[in-house]
Every structure is written in C-alpha cells, then in structure tokens.
Design a protein around this ligand. Structure first.
Ligand code: SAH
Ligand code: SF4
Length: 353
C-alpha cells in the first residue's frame, strides 16, 4: 500500500483523489504532528478513516532499538519494510538544543576505508517516507510533537544529513523528503538549519545549486592530497578534486553560503604538513570553515594493511595550528555518541562495543 508520510502536499493531494484538497491538508497536518495512525485523526469521519486504512499506510518503518549514551545521544535502530536496518541519531548539543542526524541510504556505495557504513557495502536508497520517518521518530525521542499535540519540533534545532549513505547519490528522494520536512503548512523546519554532507559528488552539488533546496553544504574532504584521497575514499577516483572545487564555487556563486570542509583525522595518515598545505590550497577562493573530526574508532578497519588509529592529542593540536597559520578558520567536532556507536562514521553496528 502507498505510504503517505513521505509525500509533499501536492503529491498527497493527488494520491488521495478524489477526496477534496482540504482532506489532504488535514492529513498532512496530522502527519506533521507525528500522528501516524488514521484512527487518531479525529477530524476525519470514521467511515473515511476506515476507507483510508484499506488504501494506504501512514508510516512504513518501525523503531526496533533505542540506545541512550551517557552524554545524552540517542541512537535509534529502525527496521525498514523490507527488513533492512538503518540508524538515526539525536545528538545533544550544549543546553537544550539537539541535532537530528538522518540517513539517506541503507549502507553506502562510496566505500570510504575509515567509515563503518562504507564497510557494509550498499543495500539500497531510502525513499522519502523512510527519511521523513527518521525525523519524526527522533523528534518524538527529543520530546517534540506527540500524538494529538500541536506541530512542534521540540528541542531539535538542526538537522544534519550525515547518517548512513551518500545523500547526493539519492538526491531526488531526499529532495522530496526535505520538501515535506520544511513545508510551512506542515513540519515547517527551516532549510537554513539543515546541513547536507557529501563525499563530493560534483554533479549532485551542481544539481543542488541549480534546483535547491537551499541548504548548508559540507564536503567530506578528508585530505586534499588527491592520490591519498582516492585510496581512502574509492568513490573519488571518478571525482577529481578540481571538478569538486568548481562545483563548490558554482554552489557559492548561486547563493549557497559558507561551505564546511570536513576532515576526519586518521592517526599518522592525513595530518602531515603536506595535507595542511593541500587543504589550504583547495580552500583558496572559496568561503569555507574547516571542521576537524578526530577518527571515531571502528573495529576491524584497516588502510593498506594497517589498522586505523585515532590521532593523538598532539597530532590534532599541531594540525589545527598549521591550518590556522595558513589562514584557515578551524573548528573541532565534538565526539558525542561514542558510547552507543552513534558518532560520525560508526553507524551500521547496533550493539555498543
Ligand atoms: N556520506 C556523507 C555523509 C555521511 S558521513 C559524507 O561522507 O559526507 C558523515 C561524516 O562522517 C563524513 O564527514 C565522514 O568523513 C565522517 N566519518 C566517517 N567515518 C568516520 C569515523 N570513523 N570517525 C569520524 N568521522 C567519520
Ligand atoms: Fe559513505 Fe560518507 Fe561513510 Fe564515505 S564517509 S562510506 S560517503 S557514509
């Protein structure tokens, strides 16, 4: 049966035809409130609720596991209708603000050697409903809208599309999901508070610049030493850095804001002065901020025969200083969620290690 919660309002209206549009708006608002059962949609006539139950489902996936870290991070294991499992994470920032981290694929085809998700291989793209549902489940975990209440996103201040998968390899479906999440008549989540992180698919960046939505963009650069990058991130063999940079420049010239250059720091691998110089060269001419992410451990991951390791505190300090001396703005990513394997790059393994 068709699933309603991933449909933008115009598509929902079409799907519900011949029902009048105001019924679609009522249902759209119920879904935005987190009401995922027709039985609870109290302003629909009982007979209509019964009819709808025979034609549609509201929601397709279920929360199968919930892990809560001591630092407040919540990781949900979500079973999709075809039984694949994905994960979505609620990160606790300073104070009451939370960030929802969403997945766009089950597994990932990019194969980055340092990433748990990459080591799983690729299963399939998520559809819009499966992306919207993650947001609704996390919002409920954050104490936002509960069935019957008003539409409120609770303490979720930001969304990051940095969970499992490469979002720009599933852009069409993601775009529809974001249309639902940001619709002012529904969940009304501001696009300016959504950040998409990509390993650098140039065609996707250009498509995003041309057709929106107008989000914040982050590039997982890892290193700007091209040969090394290809070995660490196999997908980039067909994505030369020069072309990625051109795409980023185009994104900015079309009105996109400052771009975050993310570099996961792998002990002894990408923290050399050559990496710092190449990074500064790559950033030249773009409006960027560099975000350094000390590698979060994932057992069993190796690079060219050697086990990956965390960078030492000194290594991180020294690399940060080198970048700053080269004139770059640098921030450091907090390491939330490690206790539940819910930190960056650790998704895809449900039992905490
Ligand atoms: N596929 C997208 C978004 C998901 S990965 C992308 O690659 O950008 C989100 C971020 O986690 C990326 O910046 C990636 O480099 C980083 N990452 C992957 N594995 C990691 C690990 N084990 N520790 C720390 N960061 C990691
Ligand atoms: Fe995929 Fe991102 Fe992990 Fe690379 S880092 S394998 S692109 S999820």
């Amino acid at each position: 049966m068709p699933v309603l919660c991933g449909l933008p309002l115009a598509e929902l209206t079409q799907a519900l035809a011949p029902l009048p549009r105001f019924r679609a708006v009522q249902i759209f608002k119920w879904i935005a409130r987190g009401v995922l059962s027709f039985d609870l949609m109290s302003d629909l006539p009982l007979s209509l609720r019964e009819e709808l139950k025979g034609r549609f489902t509201v929601c397709s996936s279920v929360v199968a596991e919930r892990h809560i870290d001591n630092d407040g991070t919540v990781k949900l294991g979500i079973d999709l209708a075809n039984s694949a499992r994905i994960e979505a994470v609620l990160l606790a920032d300073a104070g009451e603000r939370r960030t929802a981290c969403l997945s766009t694929q089950a597994g990932c085809p990019a194969g980055c050697v340092f990433c748990k998700t990459g080591s799983l291989g690729f299963m399939r793209n998520l559809n819009p409903a499966e992306i919207v549902e993650q947001f609704l489940f996390l919002r409920e975990a954050a104490g936002g809208s509960i069935a019957g209440g008003s539409i409120a996103n609770g303490s979720i201040a930001n969304i990051v599309i940095m969970g499992m998968g490469e979002p720009l390899l599933n852009l069409a479906e993601l775009r529809r999901a974001l249309a639902v999440i940001s619709d002012p008549q529904g969940m009304n989540f501001s696009k300016r508070r959504i950040t998409l992180s990509t390993c650098g698919i140039s065609e996707g960046i250009i498509d995003l610049a041309d057709k929106g939505p107008n989000l914040c963009l982050a590039l997982s650069l890892t290193t700007a030493c091209e040969e090394k990058r290809k070995r660490l991130m196999p997908v980039t063999t067909t994505q030369p850095l020069a072309r990625v940079k051109e795409a980023l420049a185009y994104f900015q010239c079309k009105g996109g804001g400052r771009i975050t250059l993310e570099a996961v720091l792998l002990g002894g691998i990408n923290t050399t002065s050559e990496d710092a110089a190449a990074l500064a060269e790559f950033a030249r001419g773009l409006d960027t901020v560099v975000n350094l992410i000390p590698w979060n451990p994932v057992q069993g991951l190796v690079f060219e025969g050697k086990a990956l390791k965390e960078p030492s505190a000194r290594e991180v300090e020294s690399f940060t200083r080198q970048l700053e001396e080269l004139g770059l703005k640098v921030t450091r990513r907090y390491r939330k969620g490690r206790g539940v394997m819910g930190a960056c790059g650790q998704l895809g393994q449900l039992s905490p290690t």
